[in-house]
Design a protein around this ligand. Structure first.
Ligand code: SF4
Length: 210
């Protein structure tokens, strides 16, 4: 990688759960060519990054992509990953893409203490690594399992199972209560994994029940 490619790293906004349309791809390619973006990279978070973009072009690039808020960093949920799930994958037990959309619509704006990553898998194969996400959810035949406090990276932690066999409405409501509890009790910038290490699990489960 040349020195220039280290200039800036920006994630293209508007790509959620790795879903793209042909029109969006054409628009991205057109803008990337116009501004000579040296490297386009699909990230591990199912998004697309512009690597090496000239910092002076950043505002214009996001305007042309139709995403004027592109430079705004999310304060709560950093991203939602979801696998294809039921209907699109032969192993799928639950509709992970639909649940991902619902989480994006209802929980993305929450003000949380630390970066929060969400992984939703449609079956126990856990292709989005739900056990090592701050909020992980995976589907079984009987319903959703919710996991909280997982983390990958340099200090990994397997998240705690908070509840199983939940309906979509129940898992959405429980996810909100878990995040609300975390927001109220965690230290500033404390990730869920570190928070759960010093939290009594039984008490957490009890307090986040409806
Ligand atoms: S987690 Fe299950 S449903 Fe989702 S892509 Fe993997 S195998 Fe398919």
């Amino acid at each position: 990688m040349s020195k220039d490619t280290k200039k800036t790293y920006n994630v293209v906004p508007g790509i959620k759960m790795g879903l793209v349309s042909p029109d969006h791809l054409v628009k991205i390619a057109t803008v990337a060519k116009k501004y000579n973006i040296p490297i386009l990279k699909i990230t591990s978070a199912q998004r697309l990054a512009f690597l090496g973009m000239d910092p002076d072009d950043a505002n214009d690039v996001w305007q042309e992509l139709g995403e004027p808020d592109g430079l705004t960093k999310p304060v709560g949920i950093h991203y939602v990953q979801a696998c294809p799930g039921a209907g699109l994958c032969k192993y799928g037990r639950q509709d992970s893409l639909r649940l991902g959309e619902m989480i994006q619509e209802t929980l993305m704006g929450m003000n949380l203490p630390g970066k929060t990553k969400v992984g939703i898998s449609g079956c126990p194969m856990n292709c989005t690594e739900s056990y090592v996400r701050d909020l992980g959810i995976y589907g079984k035949k009987k319903g959703w399992t919710l996991i909280f406090g997982g983390n990958g990276g340099g200090n990994p932690r397997i998240g705690d199972v908070i509840a199983e066999n939940l309906t979509t409405a129940e898992v959405l409501a429980l996810a909100k209560r878990c995040l609300t509890y975390y927001a109220a009790h965690a230290r500033k910038k404390e990730r869920t994994a570190r928070f759960m290490e010093r939290t009594n699990l039984d008490e957490f489960i009890e307090k986040t029940k409806d």
